[in-house]
Write a protein that binds this ligand. Structure first.
Ligand SMILES: [Zn+2]
Length: 179
């Protein structure tokens, strides 16, 4: 059944062609191209159009970082995290923030890592005040690694859950169903 679905989706035009291309360029190591596309999509997504601005900014930052442009990466990381904070997505702020801090430290970017850690640390409420995490025990639910609609990487710890078996793609908003 899953294979049949896979075949069905091959050859089907993606509803998000630019976003899919950006994810593909990212996985091919074409970071400068990926960064430009994520930046355009992120800016456009701040006006409501279905795409999700916060993770597009985070991915634009990641592409800039992988392209050895940390100064261009930082504003995107900050904007993405700020948008998640505005939306009260503290769990995602925490998880994505931790991952970005690790990525910056791995590259020896200690000052930048401290900036992001400070932004996350001062923005999220004390753990006791955090809303109870919605969604299932993510360890028990296996999500596909990539969104079928846009090809973006999906991390179970950094998604919003629509129900116990369905998450929302952080880039295009399409439902991503557990395997
Ligand atoms: Zn998607």
């Amino acid at each position: 059944m899953r294979q049949a679905l896979g075949r069905l989706f091959q050859g089907t035009a993606s509803p998000f062609p630019a976003l899919r291309r950006a994810h593909e360029m990212m996985s091919l190591g074409e970071y400068a191209q990926a960064a430009m596309t994520f930046e355009q999509l992120a800016c456009a997504a701040e006006a409501p159009n279905g795409l999700r601005a916060p993770h597009l900014h985070l991915q634009a930052g990641r592409a800039r970082l992988l392209n050895n442009q940390p100064a261009a990466a930082l504003p995107h990381f900050k904007r993405g995290l700020e948008l998640l904070i505005e939306n009260g997505r503290y769990n995602q702020v925490y998880r994505a923030g931790q991952r970005i801090v690790q990525e910056l430290k791995l590259r020896g970017l200690e000052r930048e890592a401290r900036e992001i850690a400070a932004l996350v640390g001062t923005s999220i409420p004390a753990i006791a005040d955090m809303p109870t995490e919605r969604g299932p025990d993510v360890a028990a639910v296996l999500l596909p690694t990539h969104c079928e609609s846009c090809g973006g990487p999906v991390r179970a710890t950094e998604v919003e859950w629509l129900d116990s078996r369905t998450a929302e793609c952080p880039y295009c908003g399409s439902p991503v169903r557990a395997l």
